[in-house]
Design a protein around this ligand. Structure first.
Ligand code: LUZ
Ligand code: MOS
Length: 764
């Protein structure tokens, strides 16, 4: 009886993304679309034109005199603390006597229009005494310039194990940063309310973080600051922490001027001023037995953290959690150093340090395979994680799908034949070469910082039976609002049209974790499920009194009350009206905290993840050996969605993440000059994947599994994991190069741009 709900209204499978209607009509509301008050001011940030130095003087006089300029705010205008660091308090909102990166905010120009503010910016004169600039993690390490103490994960005894290995290989790797390139740039809009209260509309993944930082900078309590988020035009991690400064600045201007202030970064300003995915320079040592079992693995990760901590410590941690990817290795020793440089503070980007860790072990395997004259798949396959294997951080792997996804990919897509076709193609072609690679992924779901794994949902049933829902979930294109709506519509068995997902607002749902870590639907969905179930029980009790039957016999199906499976005359809307008359609460606020997870940082052991997501990709590329260009013929994936709530949304997430992964590995090349200036500062010099650069065909097969109870309605988190399939693109290209040029020495230096491919093809 209970389980036939999904056959009725609120059908799980057929739900379209609820935002598609307003998106295609251009009616979706982003920060820049929020109605502004008459007299609103516009702001532009004045930022450092040098990467490191002492500020001798700044002359604002000419800018201040420009007609229409209202005020220029600096650190001197901060009533509270000039501090926005989230994990470590090491980041000022505005530079004071020194600048630490090119693009570091120094002042905020507030004017009647953005145009005037921009003009004024050009009139500011600054004198900086330059200091030495660090742009790479390696340099920073030699200067002992670090954000914090290193972290290490240890399992078994690598030193001893290397002695028992038949083969030991060492090497080094580099992965570059990556620009989040959210479609909507960073932005905020602040409005004065009564009694010095301020409302901020922000394009942030973390409204509470914005509220907290604003209160701290303004020197007021958090209850005076309300943060509202309508939706984001993409976040990708770039707005987990780094949406904050712009919101705080707008609020600071509102505080001083008692007027609404809008601050939206131009694309150039955004690219220059914000941090990106962390570049990593890493070294590895891998030891194998003659049966190709990886007996020992060591890696040292140098994370280029930039000029302040931002989320770097948490990202470094996730690198260690994913350092062995989908493999079981008995003896592991991994260390990460967060290196302080003069780049903008690097920050979250889908995968959050995980991809950087995985690239290194895939490189180690590729190197070992090359030296041994075998294919990497042989090594990958015999080391795949199995049930009850232990991760280096102490968690025991259960419901493991590593082997299952690997075998499914191989059999469903006839890998052996694909491989044969590649070989045949290469044997008769010299101007073009194909390469094939397999890429398994294992990604842990939960914020690695255990205390962050909680959420709340506030549900109102209005007296006509319609429903309003508030949670901490920020809709950023990932479709979380659709999933939340499905949950409520399904529990109540009402028409989805009767459910509204409200904006994300700190006044309605407080003290929230950011929408991040692929966990937004899980955490907020679970809280919502709890709230809806509590309401349903309460409403059923009212119905049982009304109908004089046991409440266990009651069900609501398609907005009608059923008793013992037979339809009564009582409708959902009538029942809600009665509930109201009986003075029974029609609102519920539920709290969810992920059970079972724990972690001890002093021992670096625990059970940090609610569950893991698994999958395997097959990637085939064709390279043009005259030009160094390449295309991806096909990408074939078997992915563990659990029991997907929405095939369309989840497939979109998988394909989008894959595209970003391939972009990171192959074409997106961030470049800073030795002086710390961003050279790839426009979309003419920073190439992101387009529809033509991904693959002619992408197949994604869902793995049939039981799903996991820790996932919302057994629908596994999908935001980040598929990004890491993109790592396979690197190795597919490399395999093609090697076929063309036997002298080519493997290099692990991403992105593998066409330029690098060309040089590799002809290196001696
Ligand atoms: N953010 C965070 C994340 O604060 N902690 C995490 O573990 C995480 N993981 C992935 C993406 N964002
Ligand atoms: Mo994150 S990389 O904001 O999930």
């Amino acid at each position: 009886m209970k389980n036939n709900i999904k056959e009725h209204i609120g059908l799980k499978q057929s739900m379209k993304n609820i935002d598609s209607y307003t998106h295609v009509r251009g009616e979706s509301i982003y920060v820049d679309d929020v109605n502004v008050r008459e007299g609103t001011f516009y702001a532009v940030v004045f930022d450092s034109p040098k990467a490191h130095g002492k500020i001798n003087s700044v002359d604002y006089s000419k800018a201040e005199q420009l007609e229409g300029v209202q005020r220029i705010l600096t650190y001197k205008d901060i009533p509270g603390e000039n501090q926005i660091g989230g994990i470590i308090p090491d980041e000022p909102l505005f530079a004071e006597s020194k600048v630490h990166f090119w693009g570091q905010p120094i002042a905020l120009i507030v004017a009647e229009s953005e145009f005037i503010a921009r003009q004024a910016r050009r009139l500011i004169e600054i004198d900086i005494e330059e200091l030495p600039v660090l742009t790479t993690a390696k340099e920073a390490k030699t200067k002992a310039s670090f954000i914090n103490e290193p972290r290490s994960f240890n399992l078994g005894d690598t030193e001893k194990a290397f002695c028992d290995c038949d083969h030991v290989f060492e090497g080094e790797t580099f992965t570059n940063g990556q620009e989040q390139l959210y479609i909507e740039t960073q932005g905020s809009y602040a409005e004065p309310l009564e009694n010095g209260n301020i409302k901020i509309t922000s394009s942030t993944q973390g409204p509470t973080q914005v509220q907290k930082a604003t209160a701290n900078v303004l020197g007021v309590s958090m209850h005076k600051i309300e943060v509202d988020v309508t939706r984001l035009g993409g976040g990708f991690g770039g707005k987990e922490d780094q949406a904050t400064p712009w919101a705080v600045m707008a609020a600071l201007a509102t505080y001083h001027l008692n007027q609404s202030v809008k601050l939206i970064l131009s694309r150039h300003d955004d690219l220059r001023m914000t941090g990106k995915r962390h570049p990593y320079e890493s070294t590895f040592k891998i030891g194998l037995t003659k049966d190709l079992k990886i007996l020992a693995y060591e890696a040292e990760f140098l994370q280029n953290s930039g000029a302040a901590a931002d989320l770097s410590p948490a990202i470094a941690e996730r690198t260690l959690f994913h350092a062995t990817n989908s493999y079981f290795v008995k003896n592991v020793k991994t260390t990460v150093l967060s290196c302080k440089t003069n780049l903008p503070p690097n920050t979250a980007f889908r995968g959050f340090g995980g991809p950087q860790g995985m690239f290194v072990i895939e490189s180690a395997i590729a190197k070992a395979a090359n030296e041994l004259g075998i294919s990497a798949q042989k090594i990958q396959e015999v080391n795949l994680l199995k049930e009850n294997d232990e991760f280096s951080y102490g968690q025991i792997a259960v419901q493991v799908e590593a082997g299952n996804s690997w075998n499914s990919a191989k059999s469903n897509y006839d890998f052996d034949n694909l491989k044969k076709e590649v070989k045949e193609f290469n044997s008769i072609n010299s101007a073009f070469k194909k390469g094939i690679a397999l890429m398994p992924i294992t990604f842990g779901i939960s914020f690695t910082n255990t205390p962050m794994n909680h959420a709340r949902a506030l549900v109102h049933i209005y007296l006509d039976g319609s429903v309003g829902i508030s949670t901490a979930a920020v809709e950023m294109g990932q479709g979380v609002n659709t999933k939340l709506l499905q949950i409520a519509a399904q529990v109540f068995s009402i028409d989805p049209k009767k459910v509204k997902i409200e904006t994300t607002n700190t006044t309605r749902v407080a003290n929230t974790s950011p929408s991040a870590a692929s966990s937004t639907a899980d955490l907020n969905g679970k809280a919502l499920l709890k709230a809806c179930n509590a309401l349903l029980e309460r409403i059923k009790k009212v119905a049982s009194n009304e109908l004089k039957v046991d409440s266990g016999t009651i069900e609501i199906i398609d907005e009608n009350v059923y008793v013992n499976n037979s339809k009564t005359d009582l409708s959902w809307a009538q029942l809600i009206g009665i509930t109201m008359l009986k003075r029974v609460a029609l609102s519920e606020n539920a709290h969810y905290a992920t059970p079972e997870i724990h972690y001890d940082k002093t021992k670096e052991k625990g059970h940090p993840f609610a569950y893991h997501v698994y999958g395997t990709a097959i990637i085939i590329t064709t390279i043009d050996c005259t030009r160094g260009t390449y295309i991806f013929d096909t990408i074939k994936i078997v992915h563990d969605f659990g029991k997907s709530m929405s095939k369309g949304i989840d497939l979109g997430q998988a394909e989008g993440a894959l595209a970003q992964g391939i972009g990171w590995m192959t074409m997106e090349e961030i470049a800073y000059g030795k002086d710390g200036r961003l050279l790839s500062n426009a979309l003419s010099t920073y190439k992101v994947p387009d529809i033509f650069s991904i693959a002619k065909t992408i197949d994604v097969l869902p793995l049939h599994t039981e799903g996991n109870n820790m996932a919302i309605l057994k629908s596994k988190a999908v935001g980040e994991p598929p990004l890491m399939y993109g790592i396979g693109a690197y190795f597919a290209i490399q395999n093609a190069i090697r076929d063309f040029n036997p002298n080519y020495e493997l290099k692990f230096h991403a992105p593998m741009t066409p330029e690098k491919v060309l040089m590799s093809l002809y290196e001696k």
